[in-house]
Design a protein around this ligand. Sequence first.
Ligand SMILES: N[C@@H](CCC(=O)N[C@@H](CS)C(=O)NCC(=O)O)C(=O)O
Length: 210
Amino acid sequence: MYRLHCFAQSGNCYKVALMLSLTGVPWEPVFVDFFKGETRGERYRSEINELGEAPVLEADGKRMSQSGVILDLLARKTGKFGPRDEDERAECWRWLLFDNHKFTGYLSVYRFLRTFMKDTEPAVLDFLKARAERAFAIADKHLSKTPFLLGDKPTIADISMAGYVFYPVEETGFDFKATHPAIDAWRERIKALPGWKHPYDLMPGHPLPG
Ligand SMILES: N[C@@H](CCC(=O)N[C@@H](CS)C(=O)NCC(=O)O)C(=O)O
């Protein structure tokens, strides 16, 4: 039984929750009260994750963090969504790192500041939005040539990049259907995979208390 420390508004947590759901392995969520500061607390940092981040996966008596590392481990354990050879492994990690740094990296911070923190400088939001849009343009061009990032089959690279794309347009500020048709079509292909669920149906903590 896997235990995933997570909360519904976190697309980084969703990457792991989605992988667990798509692979059909038994797991249970452990709610992280992020908006009350749990990840910044001493207990979380000393007992759960010294990096002060979610997601954290507990398995075989170990705790591990960084969604990319966790996805790689789950792919190896389940034999699903992993790269099939060394070339694919390199390609997978190329997209995983691009996602962590740029696609998820800018999209997640932009969404967090515009939706969950109300006092961000407009210039900061403009910068993050422009950076996110550059990453989207690169992904959209690539996905106009291939159904999934590495070809015909979905991999952990797709699961990682899908972390934030299912949240409502009102939250993210991005309407992929209107602006990035290849990302939108790829998103529909992921949604059609058996076991797919929306982040708000997979993890605890939604809606936020008013
Ligand atoms: N690269 C990390 C990012 C994890 C991350 O930033 N998680 C957020 C929640 S979505 C977090 O816990 N942030 C706390 C902080 O940065 O202080 C991963 O993919 O796991």
